[in-house]
Design a protein around this ligand. Structure first.
Ligand code: AMP
Length: 308
């Protein structure tokens, strides 16, 4: 099934306690669409870049079967630039620079060939931009998911609340869930956020895994794969989102059991993302590696019934 991916495509400059990059290609939509392309061959990308964006990076996406008909290239402008520095725990980071450039005036145009799309993943962007994407889809997708960040909770809370009211699944990290809901307990936070509109909620906890909330207080927890080396966590959340949504698009089954499998798929993809800088590892995986990590995660989470 088809998956619409909307989000930033960017140059990122990353500093970790162990290493540092100059400008490398990143952005939420880059990570989401690459990850999703391992599960569905119908990924339709909507994004904007400047004339400085490397054509090879666009070809890399096309080679993975991702449609770039909805990618706007503003030849005379500069691409979005983000720079961040990770703390010693490699879980938290400070944003050093955000230069919106082309993203500042992004008008997400949906090509006719993208209409009728079955699933949609709206990466972190200004909520009004995410909302205009939903409004421009003539037929409502079966499931619309979105990501956001604390910045929008502070600067445009009403716009954000109205966009959250239009979607089916929200993905946040634990800190953002607490800020959005005003609740410390993640169970209470989830209840509060689901009352804002989305039927499903995923709370990401970095190296501590992810929680999925659904109807009737259903909850699922999946660990993150413990890795020997975490090199660069940038894009892990977006990669998780891409793996999760790609898996749903492949299986087209919204039962809670299948959403759990999608969480495992997302976690497996995210584990590859953090092992190298940027999209390096994510661009060249094969199916066997992905399946093997999904199995590892299932083994890790499995408890033989002690009561039987
Ligand atoms: P993650 O590590 O999953 O939170 O995603 C990091 C990616 O988000 C980087 O590649 C950045 O280019 C991108 N990013 C950072 N800040 C923003 C922003 N304000 N709007 C859109 N994308 C952003």
């Amino acid at each position: 099934m088809s998956l619409l991916v909307v989000g930033s495509m960017a140059f990122d400059a990353i500093e970790t306690p162990f290493s540092k990059t100059d400008k490398i290609v990143g952005g939420a939509a880059t990570y989401i669409s690459l990850a999703a392309s391992y599960f569905t061959n119908d990924v339709r990308l909507v994004a904007v870049v400047g004339g400085d964006f490397p054509t090879e990076s666009v070809s890399d996406l096309q080679q993975r079967g991702i449609s770039t008909d909805g990618l706007q290239i503003k030849a005379d402008e500069k691409s979005f630039f983000w720079s961040g520095r990770y703390h010693n725990d490699m879980n938290s980071r400070d944003t050093l620079v955000t230069e919106l450039n082309v993203l500042g005036s992004f008008d997400p145009l949906i090509p006719d060939s993208y209409q009728g799309v079955r699933y949609a993943m709206l990466g972190n962007l200004q909520p009004s931009v995410q909302q205009s994407v939903i409004e421009r889809l003539r037929e409502r997708p079966t499931l619309i998911a979105m990501d956001t960040m604390n910045f929008w909770m502070t600067t445009t809370p009403q716009e954000l609340a109205s966009t959250i009211g239009m979607i089916d699944l929200l993905m946040l990290n634990d800190e953002e869930a607490r800020q959005l809901s005003g609740q410390y307990s993640l169970i209470r936070a989830a209840r509060h956020i689901r009352q804002m509109g989305p039927r499903y909620l995923i709370i990401k906890k970095g190296e501590h895994g992810a929680l999925l909330f659904g109807d009737n207080d259903e909850v699922f927890f999946a660990p993150a794969l413990p890795l020997e080396e975490v090199f660069d966590p940038t894009g892990a959340g977006d990669t998780f989102a891409g793996g999760f949504m790609g898996y749903l698009a492949q299986t087209d089954d919204l039962s809670f059991a299948n959403l759990k499998r999608a969480v495992i798929a997302g976690s497996a993809l995210a584990s590859f993302c953090v092992e190298k800088f940027g999209t390096e590892q994510l661009a060249q995986l094969d199916e066997t590696q992905i399946l093997s990590r999904m199995k590892e995660l299932i083994r890790l989470a499995h408890v033989p019934n002690p009561i039987a």
